[in-house]
Design a protein around this ligand. Structure first.
Ligand SMILES: [Cu+2]
Length: 348
């Protein structure tokens, strides 16, 4: 036995010395973005691509929840909606608005992949339907999201999401409701190209943030009244993500006009100012709570610290965003560029 082990030892040693010496490559953990995916408008994708997308969304709406920690969540889709509910008072009328919703779209994309979706995330170029949203091809009952209900809270009458249930919302509650929306076309005027240009006509984040938020973003929501028109849980309607792709595109477009400055420009609070609440409603947070209640102790127990990574009330590039374990946490710096490596896509 001894000669054999001696042989192995010497043989091993000679292999080690014979290895060619290569210099170590510089260490870089950031994935590279060499070929950004192209996010296309719903108008421009094929019917097969549309169906693949809505099939995956239906799959999420009908699959059981997995995390076992989000209050009220019954389905995988509910978990996604719950994230928006839990973060609602941190990500609207605050500096977190654009980065968190960008990260939220990535969370949706991850979940769609669980349901077998292989395409790129589409978005809705609302400028093409401004003023007449209800007539958009996106609401086709066969190839799109189905139409609007007769009244606010009225269930979508047709399409892939008719008769499906969301259990998160309205507000901070968790009651089973149908997927619902209601069109008011005249509000959708203000998602038109002129309004987008006006929103983006700002030189810093502090200016463009309210431009987008209170401009085309808000008017899109008012025109669609998704999920009882409720600001806390409107993401229950899968259409929400088509609208927020459009919102994300506006930010990306603005950033691309001066990348050097704008890919680093972030400012604002990381949670709502109690005196302001949602900027679109009067009276501040306490007054607005009459519309949707207060988060329960159960919800607060899973709500991330809005100052995570910031060390104070103002948002920084180090701010940590969470999906409560659906995808890993990310920082605002990670999502500043859509082609920075953590993300790798562009809008067409
Ligand atoms: Cu939101």
């Amino acid at each position: 036995m001894k000669p054999t082990s001696f042989f192995l030892l010497t043989a091993g040693a000679s292999v080690v010395t014979a290895l060619p010496k290569k210099p170590c490559p510089p260490r870089d953990d950031t994935p590279k973005c060499e070929k950004p995916e192209k996010r296309q408008s719903w108008h421009d994708i094929t019917n097969d691509e549309r169906k693949a997308y809505t099939d995956a969304a239906v799959c999420l709406l009908t699959s059981p929840q997995k995390l076992n920690k989000l209050p009220g969540a019954q389905t995988r889709w509910d978990e996604l909606v719950s994230l928006h509910q839990i973060h609602a008072l941190q990500i609207h009328t605050t500096g977190q608005f654009l980065p968190y919703h960008r990260y939220y779209l990535k969370t949706l994309e991850f979940l769609l992949r669980e349901c077998g979706y292989k395409g790129v995330l589409p978005y809705w170029d609302e400028t093409r339907d401004a003023g007449s949203f209800s007539k958009s091809v996106i609401f086709d009952p066969v190839t799109g999201f189905g139409g609007g209900g007769a009244a606010q809270g009225g269930c979508v009458p047709d399409g892939p999401f008719a008769n499906l249930t969301v259990n998160i919302g309205p507000g901070f509650g968790s009651e089973p409701r149908c997927v619902n929306r209601k069109f008011t076309d005249f509000f959708s005027d203000q998602t038109g190209a002129d309004y987008v240009a006006a929103a983006l006509n700002n030189t810093d984040y502090a200016g463009v943030l309210p431009g987008i938020y209170a401009g085309p973003h808000l008017y899109g929501h008012m025109s669609l009244a998704m999920m009882d028109g409720n600001s806390i849980t409107s993401s229950g309607d899968p259409l929400f993500f088509m609208h927020h792709g459009f919102v994300d595109k506006m930010w990306a477009q603005w950033q691309a006009e001066d990348p050097e400055a704008r890919l680093k420009d972030i400012s604002g609070l990381n949670a709502q100012d109690p005196d302001v609440g949602f900027s679109e409603f009067p009276g501040g947070m306490e007054e607005e709570a009459k519309m949707w209640g207060h988060p329960s102790a159960e919800l607060l127990a899973v709500t991330p610290d809005p100052q995570a990574g910031d060390g104070g009330p103002n948002i920084t590039l180090n701010h940590i965003m969470s999906s409560l374990g659906i995808i890993p946490d990310a920082t605002v710096a990670d999502v500043m560029s859509t082609t920075g490596g953590y993300l790798c896509y562009e809008y067409e």
